[in-house]
Design a protein around this ligand. Sequence first.
Ligand code: ADP
Ligand code: 5GP
Length: 205
Amino acid sequence: MRGFILLISGPSGAGKSTLLKKLFEEFAGELYFSISSTTRAPRDGEIDGVHYHFISQEKFQNGIKNGDFLEWARVHENFYGTSLEHTNRALDEGKIVVFDIDVQGFKIAKENLGDKIDSIFITAKNKEELKKRLLKRNTDTIAQLDKRLKNASEEMRELGEYDYLIINDNLEKSYEALRSIFLSLKHKTKRQNIEQIRNLWNEGV
Ligand code: ADP
Ligand code: 5GP
């Protein structure tokens, strides 16, 4: 398998992490989650080095200066960035690297990595439903929630730039869509190591 990037974006609260969790449960050995660095404080249940690398503003700024990030962006007043080194290593190892990043990061990653990226935009059916989910998740203050909803409308303007779109209304159906997209990408001829497959074909005859 030749490594490639499965990049997911969409409004906060749309269900990206929920759907990705299911994909990682089913295809555990095949996927590599790109753990972003962020200056945001961890939420209850979030573990440093698992969900994010939670770092200080100073460390983040040093990372920018040192060119450590493939892309970075300021989202809802916090900084988020993707490690260049980890991404390149995983791609060289032929892994399928999963990014959960915002639309600004998508644009930069696309400029840098072009056809190594397949992208999916995941959203809720409307703003009202998104608000309900954010309230249910209960991780934001009212001011933060307002910011996320405003940002969601801006992100929705960019959905036409993505290869695939999932409107996450029914969770099971959305997972079926994500799973199908993943399997289809994995089986693309250009993702396969054709030479190796041909060599194996002739072995032992
Ligand atoms: P994101 O990663 O996009 O910010 P989450 O995966 O954290 O979003 O989901 C936000 C909330 O919405 C969570 O409480 C999750 O359980 C819930 N949720 C996810 N998908 C659905 C769905 N299809 N229907 C109803 N609630 C959902
Ligand atoms: P949250 O605070 O809800 O975890 O994430 C907020 C937003 O930041 C989401 O849209 C998420 O996709 C995005 N995000 C997470 N990591 C990165 C990253 O490394 N780079 C960019 N550009 N966005 C990220």
